[in-house]
Design a protein around this ligand. Structure first.
Ligand SMILES: CCCCCCCCCC/C=C/CC(=O)SCCNC(=O)CCNC(=O)[C@H](O)C(C)(C)COP(=O)(O)OP(=O)(O)OC[C@H]1O[C@@H](n2cnc3c(N)ncnc32)[C@H](O)[C@@H]1OP(=O)(O)O
Length: 280
């Protein structure tokens, strides 16, 4: 039997995300809790939230608008069952023209800079698999809650014959340290939910989205009495080193991406990997 208290708690978790806020894109749904000002941002690019230029741009615009409209926090999640994000859309990197590849990479860089440096408190509500770029999105938030124990998360780029760019790697180092990052990245490891929890790649593993929302509320609650400016500056200082590298090296990073991704053996590997995914 549900007690009154359980009912009230459940209602307060389920009902508040009532006010929609247009992201300006059909790929991103945004609901803002009109009592707390926390926004839940859900990626919805079927079938697997592949991060193409359009989705990355839409996420970037959403982060900008939430800041401008003074949201008080953001939960980044997915509306696709069992998928958080399959990472970068490989079709964007396969046989792309230099112009399209440059636009794709620059949009990814901008999205990451915005997400990583936002003064808003951020939670990744990881309700599905989160390989590679999906893991990067989650790692760029401040707190990670995974829903259900059947999903994997990690930077598996080496398994595709690629390497994770320095800023992907540094983001992971800042969470699980250099030793564990080196072990994970050189082998392209995808962590099970339990493994990710043990190593600190995720902060909580819960059984349902309801519980994940409650955990997020609790996380945001930590800052109730902390002045926003003090919180934001502190986050800035902690993240400065990782962020500054990309801010200072954007052009170099783009060149490395362009030169490497267009190598014939890399393109061949991407083509084979895409085929293997489609054959499944
Ligand atoms: C030495 C030189 C190196 C140069 C390097 C330069 C720097 C490069 C930087 C590279 C950085 C890369 C970061 C990345 O994010 S790469 C992407 C890595 N992602 C993956 O490996 C995930 C692949 N996908 C999966 O494992 C699974 O799809 C899933 C996410 C677990 C979901 O499984 P599920 O069974 O539900 O779905 P399907 O596998 O059947 O997929 C459904 C359809 O979606 C297509 N798909 C899946 N993932 C991608 C993707 N990342 N990009 C594009 N398309 C994808 C899949 O083909 C299916 O398509 P179909 O419907 O047409 O069959």
């Amino acid at each position: 039997m549900t007690t009154v208290l359980q009912h009230v708690v459940r209602r307060s978790i389920l009902r508040p995300f009532a006010k929609s806020f247009s992201s300006g894109s059909p790929l991103v749904d945004v609901q803002v809790n009109d009592k707390t000002g926390v926004a839940i941002v859900k990626m919805g690019r079927a079938p697997v939230n592949g991060l193409n230029t359009e989705l990355l741009g839409a996420l970037n615009d959403t982060f900008d608008s939430l800041e401008k409209n003074k949201a008080t926090g953001m939960i980044l999640s997915s509306s696709i069952p069992n998928i958080y994000s399959a990472g970068l859309d490989i079709s964007e990197m396969y046989n792309g023209t230099p112009e399209n590849l440059t636009k794709f990479w620059n949009t990814l860089q901008s999205m990451w800079i915005n997400l990583y440096s936002t003064p808003l408190p951020t939670v990744a509500l990881i309700n599905g698999n989160a390989p590679a770029g999906g893991c990067l999105l989650a790692m760029s938030c401040e707190y990670r809650v995974m829903v259900g124990s059947k999903f994997v998360i990690g930077l598996n780029e080496t398994q595709l014959g690629l390497f994770a760019p320095k800023w992907f790697q540094d983001t992971m180092v800042s969470i699980i340290g250099p030793r564990q990052t080196e072990l994970a990245l050189t082998s392209g490891k995808l962590f099970s939910a339990q493994e990710a929890l043990k190593i600190g790649l995720i902060d909580e593993l819960v059984a349902s989205e309801e519980e994940a929302l409650a955990s997020s509320d609790k996380f945001f609650g930590l800052f109730k009495r902390i002045p926003g400016y003090a919180r934001g500056q502190t986050k800035n200082f902690v993240r400065a080193e990782v962020l500054d590298w990309l801010l200072k090296n954007r052009e170099h990073d783009t060149k490395v991406f362009l030169n490497s991704i267009q190598l014939p053996h890399v393109q061949k590997g991407l083509g084979l990997y895409l085929q293997s995914l489609k054959k499944k």
